[in-house]
Design a protein around this ligand. Structure first.
Ligand SMILES: C[S@@+](CC[C@H](N)C(=O)[O-])C[C@H]1O[C@@H](n2cnc3c(N)ncnc32)[C@H](O)[C@@H]1O
Length: 214
């Protein structure tokens, strides 16, 4: 099974750079200590072994690989075509070097997560990004389509399934003016949760919602 050191070595070898993607969003990378914090919180909620994770926007698989280390079965999906091609090499190397991952690890490249079924997953996680809609190049309606369909996709999940969305501080700045107590639910009512948000040392807001609970 893969270790933390193996993950760090694999990812530093490939070193996928953050940059503007085809949809004008950026593939920001979640710091490892944030990922560790998220998994330790998640473990308090449910045993992770054999649970099915959907890693939305997997980029370099950092979240997927931590999940595999915790014994989860992982489907990683990435929308950006160019990035999918690049990170495909990391996927191939991971399952080549750690053959026991092969049965547990699935990669769906070049695919929008809105186009697959979510109903079989126990946990879905997304480090949220959206295109820079202020750019003069923003024409494709990605945000509008996403917001229109996200609620329906979350609604497909079974009771007890866990949804984790991570936001950067700047993303929820405007909403905080409207609702300082619960800024994330202003824009994303489908993520309303009775659990308190986790604020990481890197200023990320982690919203955890358990399906079937308020
Ligand atoms: C902020 S990056 C997060 C990367 C990685 N998960 C991490 O935590 O470091 C968001 C990623 O989600 C991908 N993405 C955005 N919308 C998506 C969608 N609808 N379906 C699949 N992937 C998506 C982007 O291409 C980008 O690689």
């Amino acid at each position: 099974m893969i270790s933390k050191l193996d993950i760090w070595e694999l990812l530093s070898k490939h070193n996928i750079k953050s940059r503007e993607l085809a949809d004008l969003s950026t593939n920001g990378k979640l710091p490892f200590n944030d990922i560790e914090l998220i998994f330790s919180e998640l473990e308090k909620t449910t045993p992770l072994n054999d649970k099915k994770l959907l890693d939305i926007g997997c980029s370099d698989f950092r979240v997927s690989l931590y999940a595999l280390m915790h014994g989860m079965q992982v489907t990683a999906i990435e929308k950006d075509a160019e990035l999918s091609g690049e990170v495909g090499k990391i996927f191939d190397e991971a399952i080549g070097k750690y053959p026991d991952l092969k049965e547990l690890f699935n990669f769906i490249p070049n695919t929008n997560v809105l186009d697959i079924e979510w109903k079989d997953y126990d946990v879905v996680i997304f480090y949220y990004t959206e295109p820079n809609y202020l750019s003069s190049q923003y024409v494709d309606g990605t945000i509008e389509v996403w917001e229109k369909h996200l609620g329906g996709k979350i609604g497909e999940l079974k009771p007890g399934a866990i949804v984790i969305f991570i936001f950067i501080d700047a993303r929820i700045k405007r909403e905080r003016l409207i609702s300082p107590e619960d800024p994330i639910s202003v824009k994303f009512p489908m993520l309303k949760s009775s659990l308190p948000d986790i604020i990481t040392s890197n200023n990320r807001y982690v919203r955890i919602k358990i399906m079937g609970k308020a």
